[in-house]
Design a protein around this ligand. Sequence first.
Ligand SMILES: [Zn+2]
Length: 99
Amino acid sequence: MRIPTEFMIGGSTYTTEYNAELRDRGRIGECHMQQCVVTICPYQKLPQQEETWIHEVIEAANDKFALDVHHGAITALAVAIHQAITTGKGDLRQPGNPC
Ligand SMILES: [Zn+2]
């Protein structure tokens, strides 16, 4: 999957950046809510970077919409969504389908 460098959540524009210093702090990703910046540690394999990005996007939505989703649920949702996207087959929007 593609990791966007810019995306929107609830009307706010967020950016995604690599930050190699995350590893020094034992982190693989962070979401800076005030600055609307998601940072990803580049020393992970690509699938882990993707899953981390999804995790941070859910964290951002959790904050933005005051959802109060606990961290374990955020982690599970990120794993499930990433798996669904990366194992998906076919294309619903292929020619001949009604929409
Ligand atoms: Zn987290």
